[in-house]
Design a protein around this ligand. Sequence first.
Ligand code: ZN
Length: 325
Amino acid sequence: MNTLIHGIHHVTAIASDPQRNVDFYAGLLGLRLVKKTVNFDDPSAYHLYYGDTNGAPGSIVTFFYWPGGAGRGRVGAGQSTRLSFSAAPESLTYWVERLTAHGVAALRQIRFGEDVVTFVDPDGIPIEIVGAVGDSRNGWSGAGVPQEHALRGLHTTELTVTRAEPTTQLLTGVMGYRHVRSEGGRARYATVLRTPGTFIDVIAGADAVEGIGGVGTIHHVAWGVVDDAAQKNAHALLTGAGFVVSPVRDRSYFRSIYYRERGGILFEIATDIPGFAVDEPVDSLGTALKLPGQFEPARREIEALLPPLRAPRPTNHPMPIATRS
Ligand code: ZN
């Protein structure tokens, strides 16, 4: 699969309350809500997608919602353990001030020579903004975040496992990543591009607390390939390496295959095509509830089950806990 995977495509996490999630990711972090749809496996719950102006691969974060406080998870080994966004290095002071003004405690640190701000979202998902040199992507300047400070997309995929080797063998073998550098307990891998969005950090520790899936955790990470032919190659290579890979699933905005890496983390390979403009214009992405064809006949019943969502507001997110890594 060498060079087939171009980097991260999207990250999917589990949250409790859709409105609070919209207020945090669109209202406070200023991402664009690029798609409002339902969980294809449970159409009584939203599936919301955030990203840049076009919802470009590498900018996308998506959420499932498990309401009511049931099913809280625990961040730990066997998971991707942090949402990592990229911003201009000059923007981190802006972000610390914006987060603090809305009750979000943020810590600042240096990692791999870059300035990093860490905090958590309202469900406890660890987040960071990396001040990245040379990220040429344009972010979405929504929610009053000036264009120059906008988040530009995902930066790094952080994977936590109890043993590094089974995971890194997959990354450097079939998936085509290369080890770039290590610092502390963190080993960084990248595709040949070595640009924000193509980094994977592996944190390994036999004493790492075991992750439990649920609210406040990342469900899976998806790697991007340009088209179906590349995905087919990836499927064959992974199967050849002994992985159990799902059949192709149509996710409306991309097509996906899934496999579990040997550290326990669910991986997906998603196509860049057809993208989020396949069922609504770019100008109005995320404004109407979009349903896949099989659910369209039940639209009225589905809409009646979904809580109404108002436009994002930054609101206040009093959260005293932040994590250092
Ligand atoms: Zn996915």
